[in-house]
Write a protein that binds this ligand. Structure first.
Ligand code: MCN
Ligand code: CUM
Length: 800
């Protein structure tokens, strides 16, 4: 009965334990339940007719041949959606997006019509048979070209509108101007600074390319007037709200279910035309409709990432103290502004671009621009544009170090926000919750023998016969995650809180439901660990459910590494409500006053008396059996958590590359990643998240690219061309950590999932450029594929 405390604690598998992933039992046996696994009686299939052109007027659509194909039931175009007012839909960014192209197509692969058929094959044949006559228009794929006075008007639906969702539009292809910081103070600091540096850089368009593409199964029950839709969504509740608003079906009769998701990475935040069309088709036909896109459709038409043309500037003293930061960005948003940022932040959290540094003055400006490319922009482990912000500031600090002939580590340490400055308010107004950058930096530099590496590099540089260029990359980044405080963060007006509901059953097991939804992050494993520690119930008997809007409390979903900072807090606080009630029950059962009780791992005991106690299991039974007089039966609680602030995880990453001087082939010799995400719930899952994020960062930095030719034809939209690293190409990752808890989070935890992506990409560029730094090179753009590196070698005269 009285097992040692350490055994009892271990048995809970609570916070801090590397509990094995509960999800994997089904995933490794092929027993996951993805949208494409949903098979309903009488179900039909949808496929999409897409535009081969990037910019064209639609002259005519002929459905006749398609409708003759056996099995084809219907072909829907914008004309069919018009009476329902569903041919356009609102985007999460305050713009509108064509559900099906309305008189004009704006990007290659845009949705033009849908075909519904008895099976997938007939639907695909139907797509082939739909005849669309286009009149090609001049495409614009370069945002700088798009802003020229004579540039073609891309969005005719916005003609004459000088006000957009985020203020004034100064050009017909301009979406918004967004700025932050103090321009005057910053300009003044630049005017009088001893040293200034300026660098242009381009963070190219990439795509997260989750293994599972997007899709939906929509099932409208005309008798009950109820719509159930299984959907690949990272935010099912907000989808329910939007579907209800668009369709007029009461929210209580709309049920959105995100079952297992095969990777989201931000690609599954937006609401796509395919979802809307599947729902409309189900309502029209009165039958369940399944739509699953293929790989090329996914890469070509769904939420891409980045496409930021950035100019950074730093002003500093002659000995390297940074005085001011100024940035100017042209953000290519594609044909519709469908970025999934919190409403008031059209450039996301880009204004974290002052990074880990105590910079007195800063100013940033971002202009969003329309081009003939697919919409999106916020995806791929980005923390709402923190990827771009960290890339910018980390590159700029390197450029400044080069100009001053200072060491990268030294200049960073010199400008760090010091441990005692937290909570620290940045020039952009963010209040950083906690950090200890110097301790982390020292740990990394010692672990890799930084001095030794620099000595080796110097030796190699001095030896003309050395066949390789050695580069050392260093990044000391700060993230901002946990959107967000509802006073500043909302999606379509809904505050960005999150929620948790826990029910403890009579026999002491529990079920917990949250407003977030795992796409591979292991929430079923880690969320249970929080409850286990808070309530003394073993993780193993805590069921975690997410993703079904009919059962889960309203929450804003999983993206921006917000699950731990927001839902994680809701979980702890819902647990604490149960804990408080359990204490009352325990006092009643033990016939003592509540004040005389103390909590110990899994039980309340009489203070100082190990023999007089009630375990949480005893209490659960009593809650349903003999609750104290005046206390209602049952043991459950709901908590909606509106965070007081974001959390600010950070990391120190170091990379060593060896580049073949003849071919540009690059070997990642070492990659050392230290992360600090505050209190760690499951070290193994954190490690997995970091490995995944680093691997994706490696992919982006070293090979991924979506480019377009002048006509707007997308290049590299299949896995033949698009670089998805396998275990063969992936470097060996070395990970490390420090723990600086968040002071405002109930368990001190910060988010971690996006940090490795945000931090690693500039680390690779830092290493690659460092290899050329002694030749006066300050920057070159990603991807650092062998061919492009070889071009740099040629420019440097190292190869011919
Ligand atoms: N965790 C922890 N201790 C902490 C912080 C986190 O143990 N201090 C654990 C959490 O309990 C959770 C995981 O790490 O199991 C990630 O938590 P968190 O950092 O809060 O991030 P989210 O759960 O909100 O995940 C979102 C994030 C995003 S935005 C992208 S993009 C991304 C990522 O997760 N997409 C992923 N990682 C992914 N991993 C997989 N496998 N698939 C995706 O689509
Ligand atoms: Cu920006 S990718 Mo994640 O936030 O789903």
């Amino acid at each position: 009965m009285n097992a040692p405390m350490s055994d009892r604690e271990k048995a809970l598998m609570g916070m801090g334990e590397s509990r094995l992933r509960k999800e994997d039992a089904r995933f490794i046996q092929g027993k996951g339940n993805y949208v494409d696994d949903i098979k309903l009686p009488n179900m039909v299939f949808m496929d999409i007719v897409r535009s081969p052109l990037a910019h064209a007027r639609i002259k005519r659509i002929n459905k006749e041949e398609a409708l003759k194909i056996p099995g084809v039931l219907a072909v829907l175009t914008a004309e069919d959606l018009k009476p329902l007012k569903l041919h356009w839909m609102p985007t999460l960014a305050g713009d509108v997006q064509a559900v099906l192209a309305d008189e004009k197509v704006h990007f290659q692969m845009q949705e033009v019509a849908v075909v519904i058929a008895e099976d997938r094959y007939a639907a695909a044949d139907g797509v082939e048979a739909v005849e669309v006559e286009y009149e090609e228009l001049q495409a614009v794929v370069d945002p700088f070209e798009a802003l020229k006075p004579g540039a073609p008007v891309l969005r005719e639906d916005l003609a004459g509108k000088t006000d957009g969702a985020h203020g004034k539009r100064y050009h017909h292809n301009h979406i918004f101007t967004w700025d932050a910081g103090d321009k005057e103070a910053t300009d003044a600091a630049f005017a009088s600074a001893a040293v200034t540096v300026k660098q242009d850089m381009f963070y190219p368009r990439v795509h997260p390319c989750p293994l599972e593409t997007c899709g939906a199964v929509a099932s409208f029950d005309p008798v009950r007037g109820e719509l159930t839709t299984w959907l690949t969504s990272q935010a099912p509740h907000i989808v329910r709200t939007v579907v209800s608003m668009l369709s007029g079906i009461p929210e209580s009769k709309v049920r959105i279910i995100s079952p297992d998701i095969g990777g989201g990475f931000g690609n599954k935040v937006p609401i796509y035309p395919g979802y809307v069309c599947a729902i409309v088709a189900s309502i029209v036909l009165g039958r369940p409709v399944k739509w699953i896109e293929d790989r090329i459709e996914n890469i070509s038409s769904t939420g891409f990432a980045r496409d930021y043309h950035m100019t950074g500037e730093l002003a500093a003293t002659a000995d390297g103290k940074i005085l001011a930061l100024r940035t100017n960005v042209i953000a290519d948003h594609g044909a519709f502004d469908a970025c999934a940022d919190p409403t008031k932040f059209p450039a996301g959290m880009f204004h974290i671009c002052s990074g880990s540094y105590d910079i007195p003055s800063a100013y940033c400006k971002v202009d969003g621009v329309y081009t003939n490319k697919a919409p999106g922009g916020v995806a791929y482990r980005c923390s709402f544009r923190v990827t771009e912000a960290v890339y910018l500031v980390e590159r700029m600090v390197d450029v400044l170090a080069q100009k001053l002939n200072m060491d990268k580590a030294e200049i960073r340490a010199k400008n760090f926000i010091q441990r005692e400055q937290f909570p620290y308010t940045s020039a952009f107004g963010f209040e950083y919750d906690s950090g200890d950058y110097q301790t982390a930096l020292d740990k990394v530099l010692n672990a890799v023998d930084y001095k030794g590496l620099r000595a080796e590099q110097a030796k190699k540089r001095a030896d003309p016969a050395c066949p390789t260029l050695m580069g050392i990359g260093l990044v000391t980044f700060t993230e901002v995650v946990g959107a967000g405080p509802s006073k500043i963060c909302d999606i379509l007006g809904v505050g960005m809180f999150d929620s948790c509901e826990i029910r403890v059953h009579p026999t002491g097991s529990a079920i917990a439901r949250m407003g977030t939804i795992s796409q591979g992050q292991g929430h079923q494993t880690t969320y249970a660990q929080i409850i286990a520690t808070e309530l003394g119930i073993p993780s193993e008997v805590i069921q975690v459910e997410e993703g079904d809007t009919s059962t889960a409390p309203y929450g804003l979903g999983t993206y921006g590494s917000r699950s731990t900072p927001v839902a994680g807090a809701a979980i702890a606080l819902a647990s604490r409500k149960i804990h408080a009630k359990a204490r009352k029950i325990a006092a009643h059962l033990l016939e003592v006053s509540e004040a005389d009780l103390e909590w110990e791992i899994d039980r309340f005991k009489l203070r100082g008396n190990d023999d007089k106690f009630k375990t949480m299991k005893d209490i659960a039974w009593a809650a349903y059996n003999q609750p104290p007089p005046g206390l209602e039966p049952g043991l459950e609680a709901v908590h909606y958590y509106d965070p007081p602030n974001f959390t600010f995880p950070f990391g120190i990453y170091l990379c060593v590359v060896d580049i073949d001087k003849g071919t540009g082939e690059t070997k990642i010799r070492r990659f050392y990643a230290l992360d600090d995400c505050g209190t760690r719930i499951n070290p193994m899952i954190i490690e997995g998240q970091i490995h995944g994020g680093l691997t994706e960062g490696f992919a982006v930095a070293m090979g991924q690219l979506l480019s377009f030719d002048k006509q707007g034809n997308i290049q590299g939209n299949s896995l033949m061309d698009y670089f998805l690293p396998t275990a063969v190409e992936t470097p060996k990752w070395e990970t490390d950590y420090t723990v600086t808890p968040s002071p405002h989070h109930p368990i001190g935890a910060k988010g971690v999932a996006e940090s490795p992506h945000v931090g690693s990409i500039p680390t690779f560029t830092s290493a690659m450029v460092d290899a050329f730094a002694h030749l006066g090179v300050t920057h070159f753009n990603m991807p650092h594929s062998s061919y492009r590196v070889w071009q740099e070698l040629k420019k440097a005269g190292l190869t011919s």
